[in-house]
Design a protein around this ligand. Sequence first.
Ligand SMILES: *[C@@H]1O[C@H](CO)[C@@H](O)[C@H](O)[C@H]1NC(C)=O
Ligand SMILES: *[C@@H]1O[C@H](CO)[C@@H](O)[C@H](O)[C@H]1NC(C)=O
Length: 159
Amino acid sequence: MRLAFFLALTVAATFAAPNTNLFLEDTTQDDYIISGVTANYIQAYLICKRNGFIMAMERTEEETKIIEEKIKNLNNTGHAHYLGGVNEITELGKQWLWIDSNQSITYDHWSDTDEKKLDCLLKSSLDDDDHGNGKWTSNNCAEEKYFICQKAVTSTQIL
Ligand SMILES: *[C@@H]1O[C@H](CO)[C@@H](O)[C@H](O)[C@H]1NC(C)=O
Ligand SMILES: *[C@@H]1O[C@H](CO)[C@@H](O)[C@H](O)[C@H]1NC(C)=O
């Protein structure tokens, strides 16, 4: 179903060295899990999926608070992170959607300076004053970044 999106990606397969921790913490602990490796968007998506997670959604101020608390607790404030947002080709033209639920992205946490022209949603570093400290920017999906997964939620939470 997400073929159109994936076909648009340049997949440069550069898998992490053996014994690398894919995540910064025990994955049974929390709803949101931060990667310990960088990956391009398709790799990030697959790593979340194969470990039983989806790409994280940030849909409310409450979710922003939870995600940012997590980034701070894991001392990852110096890094930007991919979330589950993609600028996807649909029947209605390109639209920003949460990749796992296909919900359109209505919560606005975009950086004032971003034109939303690229295809993958990157949450800027909390230390990045130029992009609103954790506000979203659109990024080239082929770039390798840290990323955030979340526990697969029930269909009612998704809808
Ligand atoms: C984060 O940094 C603080 C202060 O240096 C340290 O006490 C804490 O253990 C660190 N947390 C992790 C998860 O590394
Ligand atoms: C996903 O959502 C978009 C936008 O609402 C819609 O055009 C598309 O048909 C949906 N795709 C699926 C598989 O539901």
